[in-house]
Design a protein around this ligand. Structure first.
Ligand code: MTE
Ligand code: MO
Length: 326
C-alpha cells in the first residue's frame, strides 16, 4: 500500500477573506496574551501558504472494509468534518486547525511504545498502517461542548496493536501522548492546556473492539487537522478522549494523567463517558446539536447514554457510580 504525503492545496483557492479573518483571530488572541510582538511575524508568514480547507479527493486514498460496528446515522458533510475542529495545538478557534495544521510534518513519523509491555520501542507509521486490515467505522462523535458529528473513520481496533506489543500482567492502563512540534503548532504558545496533550484509557477500554486506532476518514488518510497521521477514536466518550497525532503509547500500572482533567478536574474526569444525566458544572449534557444538520433554532436532539453505545460498553462500568467516576 502506498501512502503519499498529503498534497498541498493550490494557493489560488485561498480567498483573501479567509486570510484576513485568520490574521484577525491571531492578532486578537495574541493581544489578549500580550504576545502580539512575537506572534505577528508568524501570522504574516502563515498567510503565504495557508491551506484553509482540505477537500475530499486531495489526500491519499485509504479504503477500509465496511464494519458491522458502524452506525446508520446520516454522515456529517466532509466539509464540516475537516473545518470545524478542536485541535488546540493549532489554536483554540474551531476554524484555526483547518487553516494552520497543514504545517504539521507527518513524515517521518513513529509511535514510541513504552512501559509495561514486552515489545518496547518505536513503531514506524508505515508498519502501523500494515499491522491489521483497515476497516471503515461510521461512528457518532459527541464533543463535551454539546455538538456531535457522524464520521466515517478508517482504522483498526486498538486491541490489534495491544496484542502485538504484548502488555505485561502489570499493565492496567494505556497512556497516549500527542506529538509536539513547536515550530508548526502555533497553539503551543498559548497555555490553553499543559503540553503535550495526554490522554488515557483503562486496559479493558483500550481492548474494547469499538476503540479505534484511526488513520483516515472519508476513505482518505487523515487530514492534519483531524489528527494525522494516527489518532484514537473512542466513540462512547466525549471527543477530547480521542487524542490526535499520537507519538507515544505507554502501558502503565497506575492511572495516567489526562490533559483536560489536569486543566479542570471538577469539570473533566478520567472516564468522561458520554452521560446525559451528569451535567457539566456549567451546562447540561442532556441534548446536542448535530453539526451540518441541526440549525441553531432546531429542537435539540437527545444525547444517549454512552453516546448510543451502551449495549456494547455499559458492562465495562458495572458496579461503578458513574456520577462519581465521571
Ligand atoms: N492533541 C489533541 N487531540 C484532541 C484535541 C486537541 O485539542 N488536541 N481535541 C479533542 C476534542 S475536544 C475533540 S471534540 C476531538 C475533535 O476531533 P475532530 O476535529 O477530528 O472532529 O479531538 C480531540 N483530540
Ligand atoms: Mo471536544
Amino acid at each position: 500500500m502506498l501512502i503519499k504525503p498529503p498534497a498541498d492545496i493550490d494557493p489560488s483557492e485561498i480567498t483573501p477573506r479567509n486570510v484576513y479573518e485568520a490574521r484577525r483571530t491571531f492578532l486578537r488572541q495574541a493581544a489578549a496574551l500580550g504576545l502580539a510582538g512575537t506572534m505577528l511575524p508568524h501570522a504574516t508568514a502563515q498567510t503565504a501558504s495557508a491551506a484553509p480547507v482540505t477537500e475530499q479527493g486531495k489526500l491519499a486514498a485509504l479504503p477500509g472494509k465496511s464494519s458491522t460496528l458502524s452506525t446508520t446515522d446520516k454522515l456529517t458533510p466532509h466539509k464540516d468534518v475537516v473545518t470545524y475542529n478542536n485541535y488546540y495545538e493549532f489554536g483554540t478557534d474551531k476554524h484555526q486547525p483547518a487553516q494552520y495544521a497543514h504545517r504539521l510534518r507527518t513524515r517521518p513519523w513513529s509511535v514510541m511504545i513504552e512501559g509495561e509491555v514486552k515489545n518496547k520501542g518505536p513503531m514506524n507509521i508505515e508498519d502501523l498502517l500494515k499491522l491489521a486490515p483497515m476497516e471503515e467505522r461510521i461512528y457518532r462523535m459527541r464533543c463535551v461542548e454539546g455538538w456531535s458529528m457522524v464520521i466515517p473513520w478508517v482504522g483498526y481496533s486498538l486491541a490489534e496493536l495491544m496484542k502485538r506489543v504484548e502488555p505485561t500482567s502489570k499493565a492496567k492502563y494505556v497512556a497516549f501522548t500527542t506529538a509536539m512540534q513547536p515550530d508548526t503548532m502555533i497553539g503551543l504558545r498559548i497555555p490553553a492546556l499543559e503540553w503535550p496533550y495526554v490522554e488515557g484509557l483503562r486496559m479493558d477500554e483500550a481492548m474494547h473492539p469499538l476503540t479505534l486506532l484511526t488513520f483516515g476518514l472519508y476513505g482518505e488518510v487523515l487530514p492534519n487537522q483531524n489528527g494525522a497521521p494516527v489518532r484514537l477514536v473512542v466513540p462512547w466518550k466525549y471527543g477530547f478522549k480521542s487524542i490526535k497525532s499520537i507519538d507515544k503509547i505507554v502501558l502503565m500500572e497506575t492511572q495516567p494523567k489526562t490533559s483536560w482533567n489536569v486543566a479542570a478536574a471538577h469539570e473533566y474526569g478520567f472516564y468522561s463517558n458520554v452521560n446525559p444525566t451528569v451535567s457539566h458544572p456549567r451546562w447540561s449534557q442532556a441534548t446536542e446539536r448535530r453539526i451540518g444538520e441541526d440549525g441553531f433554532l432546531a429542537p435539540k436532539r437527545k444525547t444517549l447514554p454512552f453516546n448510543g453505545y451502551a449495549e456494547q460498553v455499559a458492562g465495562l462500568y458495572k458496579g461503578m457510580d458513574l456520577k462519581k467516576f465521571y
